[in-house]
Design a protein around this ligand. Sequence first.
Ligand code: XUL
Ligand code: CO
Length: 440
Amino acid sequence: MKEFFKEIPVIQYEGETSKNPFAFKYYDPEKEIAGKTMKEHLRFSMSYWHTMTGSGADPFGLATMIRSWDRAASPMDLAEQRVLAAFELMHKLQIPYFCFHDRDIAPEGATLSETNKNLDRIVKIIKTRMTETGIKVLWGTANLFSHPRYVHGAATSCNAEVFAYAAAQVKKALEITFELGGVNYVFWGGREGYDTLLNTNMELELDNLARFLSMALDYAGEIGFKGQYLIEPKPREPTKHQYDFDVAAALGFLRKYGLDRSFKMNIEANHATLAGHSFQHELYFARINGVLGSIDANQGDLLLGWDTDHFPGDIYSAVLALYEVLKNGGLHSGGLNFDAKTRRASFEEADLFHAYITGMDTYARALVIAHSLLQSGELENFVSTRYAGYSEGIGKEIVEQKVGFKELELYTLKHGAVQNSSGQQERLEGILNMYIMAGG
Ligand code: XUL
Ligand code: CO
């Protein structure tokens, strides 16, 4: 079989003293932490779009990433070469899962049935490589945003024909995700939002989005898909306002239409920061609402206002993210999908390896640190002491709903002035730093 990354070996764990750029310093897949291996905790996944189809093109310049597999003779030949390159890359990086959009793996044809035939041909090849390598699908999804037909959105388009086309496309994407044994299916909003309210019937668009999701659940149920459905919130880009703005907005939407029990969230770090939240905030809010499903692990540049999809190297943010994941009892069927791309100037194929190694090492180290921090109970104990007033006396009566405003007025009249204690933010930041600097 053709080898695409000839110069690059299978990346092995060599420990933190290694200076080998093609080795893991912290990701030791079989190392046990809290009864599970690193591999089981982290469930790393390759994003097919950024890694296999990303070109480095931006609004100011052409593609910089000319890959060895780009020399293919036709779009279908290219799709086949990409599959081979993808599995070689995942094998060499010891990545156990991948995520894909329908249009990442096979090109659109002239008609829907031609497109679906293209998909069937490539899915067959993917399936063979999956069996040979043991690599699995974390999630599949449909690209309902690139083609010009989706100019006004898909499920929220003003054009019912577009709604129908999108439904047909998701039907097929569900079928192939099911066929490939995908353990989740993602709905990211794409162009489901608006650029101006002057031309928008928001009520109809939101009702239609709910109708679309219900139809998807019905059909997936019919074909026997048992995976987890995930909504991926994002506040803006490509539209000015995306309906799934953040976890809270997406959850409010699902609850209105009685869909909240069927979905969890796929939380992306850069989407959280675009929404004005920290990554930890989104994960925490999802966790306490029982909807922390999966993670798109990347990071933004806080000086830029768009979705830059950097590979995650920020240990601080990764530790706090995994702290939430550990408190969630793990990611369950979810995983850590690197929805991340190398910078336009990092155009060599070796850069893909450097990027994944950095991302995987960051999360591996973060796992050890987050586990130690949680085990120590230092933050947990502080927080429970801080709220201890709700476990006894008047606080307990508030929690147990035994008192109302009249009783609380009487209590206050009797007890007079209140006494507060410090929140000790700086001390706690110091504790967090201590764990990060000690490496766990
Ligand atoms: C876009 C984004 C998507 C989803 C899948 O910002 O994150 O790639 O992850 O459609
Ligand atoms: Co994403």
